[in-house]
Design a protein around this ligand. Structure first.
Ligand code: GLU
Length: 399
């Protein structure tokens, strides 16, 4: 069968994050006691006002095809929202394009920019879908290993080491999935200057920008001067900060020719994003009354981050982890948890699943010495999962 499939799919594998979460749901439905810390999905309900806007949109008859690039109200709301996060910087709503989730925004961006023979640098460990999406564009993903001494982030020197003339793009995620590390304003500026000098496109995935544990929103490419944004596509979306994963609304802010190309592309594939969901998202991004919900959710993520970090420090002091400063992931190293120091993330996750906790092995992100835990789960679930995991680490250490 597989020999009759297109070479477009030569590298295609199903998303591990999605697969593990589906498998966990199946097991839980069959009665197994498993705490699901696999998927990066807020455990909160979508804010009430946002839901009401979606319901009203359906009742008002916004159930026909949406404008292909997004309803004007949503594009304007996203532009205003990003502008408020970036010191009032002016953003042209025409440069915002709405898609079915930020995953599609990233796919459309890559498909519009990259093709055969192009290389795309991807700081690693990296979210599962980046290399896959680059392969689907027939381009070549090039992993740039992050520095373990530096939260697994990459520097200009690391990028330079992998650069050659075929490199056309860089996908940078900050705050980062899977590590939880955040690039500082000066790190972003150095990388942007390097990319600008090389003529490399940057896809700045800032879907987790609001979920940041420093002061204010996380540093962003939008804090940079205009000339450094000539070849930058910024990815944003409703899923994470507004607890709207199922509504499937993503956004990209890009130079006009790229927006036009992405619009043409989705006019041939999806005809824009779900119409009522766009109205709901316009309320999420644009109605200031939703902001207290975001603040509350981010405060809960911060509290849970503190809980995970303090329990690991106290109860598993030998286990290395990336200090999480944003997103809702805890990335910890497991190769040293046994005496032989050769344990893998995949083996650890199998044992964790048997002990009642679903996690994602680092193999999914390009380095199987690590494991990702999503702490976007209720406090009660998180406490139970930590009891089980820290006990497992102790058992493995004694074995
Ligand atoms: N981005 C989330 C994660 O990494 C959602 C699942 C996915 O699309 O990969 O868990």
């Amino acid at each position: 069968m597989s020999e009759s499939l297109s070479p477009n799919l030569a590298y295609l594998k199903p998303s591990e994050t999605v697969a593990i979460s589906n498998e966990t749901k199946r097991r839980r439905a069959a009665g197994e006691d498993i705490v699901d810390l696999s998927l990066g999905e807020p455990d909160f309900d979508t804010p009430r006002l946002v839901c009401e806007a979606g319901i009203q949109a359906i009742q008002k008859g916004f159930t026909r095809y949406p404008p292909n690039a997004g309803i004007a109200e949503l594009r304007t709301a996203v532009a205003r929202n990003l502008s408020l996060l970036s010191g009032g910087r002016a953003l042209n709503p025409d440069q915002i394009i709405i898609s079915n989730g930020s995953k599609q925004s990233i796919f459309n961006t890559c498909f519009a920019l990259f093709g055969a023979k192009d290389k795309v640098l991807i700081p690693s460990p990296a979210w599962v879908s980046y290399p896959q999406i680059v392969h689907l564009c027939r381009a070549e993903p090039v992993a740039v290993p992050g520095d373990p001494e530096w939260g697994l982030k990459v520097s200009v020197k690391d990028l330079e080491a992998k650069y050659d003339k075929l490199v056309k793009g860089l996908i940078l995620c900050s705050p980062c999935n899977p590590t939880g590390a955040t690039y500082s304003a000066s790190e972003i500026k150095s990388i942007a200057e390097w990319a600008h000098a090389k003529g490399v496109w940057v896809i700045a995935d800032e879907i987790y920008r609001r979920i940041y544990y420093g002061n204010g929103p996380a540093p962003s490419f939008l804090d940079l001067p205009d000339e450094l944004l000539e070849r930058v596509v910024l990815i944003y979306g409703a899923a994470k900060a507004y607890a709207m994963t199922g509504w499937r609304i993503g956004a990209a802010y890009a130079p006009m020719p790229v927006v036009r190309a992405m619009a043409a592309l989705q006019s041939q594939t999806t005809t824009g994003a779900n119409h009522p969901a766009q109205w709901a998202a316009a309320t999420a991004f644009g109605d200031d009354r939703v902001e207290p919900d975001v603040v509350k959710m981010v405060a809960a993520f911060r509290r849970r981050r503190d809980l995970v970090v303090s329990r690991f420090r106290a109860e598993a002091p030998g286990v290395e982890f990336v200090e999480p400063t944003g997103a809702f992931y805890f990335f910890f190293r497991v190769d040293g948890v046994t005496r032989l120091h050769d344990y893998t993330g995949s083996a650890f996750c199998e044992r964790a699943m048997a002990a009642g906790v679903a996690l994602v092995p680092g193999a999914a992100f390009g380095d199987d010495r690590w494991v990702r835990m999503s702490y976007a789960a209720s406090d009660k679930d998180l406490e139970l999962a930590l009891d089980r995991l820290l006990n497992l680490i102790k058992v493995l250490g004694d074995s």
